[in-house]
Design a protein around this ligand. Structure first.
Ligand code: URA
Length: 229
């Protein structure tokens, strides 16, 4: 939002009063004096007027090594949720950037920054998501061909983006997909009536699950990781 509108809304000031406050150098954003009313402030910029803090919310970003048996949801009457694994962050509400099924393990990203998480999950942006898959039956080169062409999913009536499958052993593979449709990986394998027995997300875009994180552990993302999205 524009800085002049932000101050007007927050303080109930008219346009003239806002212009004056800016011109007189009474406004700071992220600790810097700003006189330009067109300056864009995000929900996480610290903004002051006459040394009074108008906004000061932290932007939070975490990676969790999700265990099986935890639901990717903020609350649920029947299951434990991944939020129970993360310490409460004051008044900040975290949400999940790309859910995993109850039995899926691996990289889960949590944040209170909706713009950031949308950049990972928005299908049109084609962020690669890498999964290690173990299956009930052998995986054949036919799978590679079909996944590379795209799998038609009912009932959405859409074809998945070309995906890459790397065979690791007779019954395990690494799959890179570019969207995150509901149960997409399991449904892709089920096209061959092959059941996924274990599914683990290794990375989303450039962010990789930290091998130092034991199952159920989490840590804040580094500034470099946040900037990768
Ligand atoms: N695809 C699935 O089928 N399940 C997941 O948890 C993630 C991707």
């Amino acid at each position: 939002m524009r800085l002049d509108r932000f101050i007007g809304h927050q303080e109930g000031l008219g346009r003239k009063a806002v212009r004056e406050a800016l011109a007189q150098g009474r406004v700071t954003v992220r600790g810097e004096l700003v006189r330009d009313g067109l300056f864009e402030v995000t929900e996480f910029c610290r903004v002051t007027l006459d040394d009074i803090v108008l906004q000061d919310r932290p932007a939070l970003y975490f990676m969790l090594h999700k265990p099986a048996g935890y639901l990717s949801a903020t609350s649920d009457p029947n299951y434990r949720t991944v939020m129970e694994l993360i310490e409460k962050q004051g008044d900040e509400q975290l949400h999940i950037g790309g859910r995993l099924d109850l039995d899926t393990t691996g990289l889960l990203l949590l944040t209170n920054d909706g713009n950031w998480s949308r950049r990972i999950t928005e299908p049109n942006l084609k962020t690669p998501k890498v999964y290690r898959v173990e299956t009930e039956d052998p995986i054949t080169p036919e799978y590679q061909e079909l996944f590379a062409r795209g799998v038609h999913l009912l009932p959405e009536n859409l074809t998945t983006q070309p995906a890459q499958l790397e065979l690791l052993s007779e019954r395990s593979a690494r799959l890179t997909i570019y969207e995150g449709r509901y149960r997409q990986v399991k449904r892709m394998f089920y096209r061959f009536k092959n059941k996924v027995l274990a599914l683990h997300r290794e990375s989303m875009g450039e962010i990789k699950l930290d091998p130092a994180l034991a199952v159920g552990e989490y840590r804040p993302l580094t500034a470099e990781e946040i900037a990768l999205v």
